[in-house]
Design a protein around this ligand. Structure first.
Ligand code: GLY
Length: 297
């Protein structure tokens, strides 16, 4: 049986639905996650990842992605890529066709063009509008939260997959809204944003990238599972350690999710709220998590 997870309510639903279709079509576990994230990247109305994501402070969308296959620890990643979709597919091509793990920036874009990707303007009217709000607001980076949507924008979708003792982890992000150009967070970093090892399980992260990276959150969760913890225990242990050691995790969403070898899944969040999609037997359901240090007011 395949189990797949994806993060956040609206973009996570688009991703898990596309992954389920890929599963029903008999695609590999890895390709199911790539197709799930690609669908969320391509969706113009999701203010999340890929097309229509919130840009950096120059008004340009810079994308990062990574994928790791637990069968042989193979991994591929791209970061700081402009005008290319889907970057999770690009990360998979880096993994499958080069001896490297990560390509960055303009050179990653050149690699994409050489592999048949077509340059695109990923800014939509809605994110242009929000970027103008950002430029005009006195406090700048607060503008994007003044949204009338039910759910605030998210910048990352992370997916995990398990099938008969095999694990894959993948993540795609636009990074922090209105970030300094060139800033890279946890998501494309193997060990921070994703990790998978068929000996143990897999884990992923979403939220405040600097803190999750410093915690090596995904690798740490997998290593906690190696020591005998369940997926849920491992996620809680990572977040407990972050809360103890990283004060910046107290008022920002830092999320870790995991799949273990015993059929379990888990997730934990430092502060705020988080929704996880779980797909089993071809159907999906969502589960809500509240922060260990409290939910949003
Ligand atoms: N977790 C996504 C980022 O901080 O870039």
């Amino acid at each position: 049986m395949r189990t797949m997870l994806s993060t956040w309510l609206r973009p996570g639903k688009v991703a898990i639905d596309a992954a389920i279709v890929a599963d029903q079509e008999g695609d590999s576990l890895e390709n199911c996650l790539v197709r799930g994230l690609s669908a969320a990247e391509d969706h113009p109305e999701l203010i999340a990842i890929g097309r229509g994501a919130l840009p950096n402070s120059d008004g340009e969308i810079e994308l990062d992605a990574a994928i790791m296959n637990g069968s042989d620890l193979s991994a591929g990643a791209v970061c700081g890529v402009r005008g290319i979709l889907p970057v999770i597919k690009l990360a998979q091509i880096v993994k499958d066709t080069t001896p490297y793990v990560m390509l960055a920036g303009e050179q990653a874009r050149r690699f994409a063009l050489a592999n048949g990707f077509v340059p695109e303007n990923l800014m939509t009217d809605e994110v242009n509008r929000r970027y103008q709000m950002y430029l005009e607001s006195p406090e700048r980076s607060k503008a994007y939260v003044h949204s009338t949507e039910d759910e605030p924008p998210h910048d990352t979708v992370t997916m995990l997959g398990r099938e008969d003792g095999h694990f894959v982890a993948a993540s795609s992000t636009s990074g922090l809204p209105f970030k300094l150009p060139g800033r890279i967070g946890d998501s494309p970093i193997v060990g921070a944003g994703v990790y998978a090892d068929d000996e143990v399980g897999c884990a992923g992260a979403t939220g405040m990238g600097e803190e999750l990276w410093k915690a090596c959150a995904s690798f740490r969760a997998v290593e906690f599972m190696r020591q005998g913890m369940s997926a849920q225990q491992a996620c809680d242990a990572v977040i407990d350690q972050m809360i103890r050691r990283q004060p910046a995790s107290h008022q920002r969403e830092c999320v870790v999710l995991a799949l273990d070898k015993n059929g379990g899944y888990g997730a934990s969040i430092s502060w705020g709220d988080f929704d996880l999609w779980i797909s089993e037997h071809g159907t999906s359901r969502s589960q809500h998590y509240s922060g260990k240090l409290g939910a949003k007011a």
